[in-house]
Design a protein around this ligand. Structure first.
Ligand SMILES: CC(C)(COP(=O)(O)OP(=O)(O)OC[C@H]1O[C@@H](n2cnc3c(N)ncnc32)[C@H](O)[C@@H]1OP(=O)(O)O)[C@@H](O)C(=O)NCCC(=O)NCCS
Length: 157
């Protein structure tokens, strides 16, 4: 990955409390109703919550390019949050996260992955379809902020 002519290496790492200020900035630029700091901190305490960040490092600095949170419950993986910093979108970061989620899920004996996505979020729906997810259901007016339906997508592991 390249930005401002610097070579950048990408490492997927565990999220920690120290990452929350950067994560909250990405969250705010990504969602109509962003999660609060308390919601992220809560996820970090849940044993079955997998909280990951992409650390982008150059010779000058290391920053967070995006994050993924999913739960493994019994033999299902549930995606709870995924966002990529605007300046690093369309460079494969989210696809990389989805591959990592699948790998971790497979190692944990998970049979299927699921998620909910706003019907209007065409970018994310394209990403998920590309990763093998298909729409299997709908939750009417699930998003109360925009009165929007959620599409329920599933993929086998
Ligand atoms: C959706 C999101 C996570 C994608 O992240 P990303 O790192 O840019 O995605 P990738 O580069 O891995 O893209 C993978 C595929 O997704 C689709 N895609 C991603 N962004 C797209 C866009 N703006 N327009 C059309 N298709 C898009 C494409 O099929 C793309 O493959 P391609 O680049 O070969 O065409 C990012 O746009 C984001 O953070 N959006 C705001 C938060 C959000 O909506 N999260 C999902 C909540 S359910």
């Amino acid at each position: 990955m390249r930005s401002e002519n610097d070579a950048i290496s990408v490492t997927i790492d565990l999220m920690g409390n120290k990452d929350l200020p950067e994560i909250l900035a990405i969250e705010k630029e990504s969602f109509v109703s962003p999660w609060s700091a308390g919601m992220f901190a809560g996820e970090l305490k849940v044993a079955h919550s997998q909280c990951l960040v992409a650390r982008l490092s150059s010779n000058k600095r290391s920053i967070i390019g995006g994050y993924l949170i999913f739960w493994i419950v019994a033999d299902e993986a549930h995606l709870h949050n995924l966002a990529v910093k605007k300046e690093f979108r369309r460079q494969g970061l989210a696809s990389g996260f989805m591959n990592v989620m699948k790998d971790i899920s497979r190692q944990a004996g998970v049979k299927a992955q699921t998620l909910e996505v706003r019907e209007s979020n065409t970018e994310a729906i394209k990403l998920y379809r590309k990763c093998g997810f298909v729409v299997k259901g709908r939750r009417p007016l699930y998003y109360t902020d925009t009165q929007e339906d959620a599409l329920i997508m599933w993929a086998e592991v």
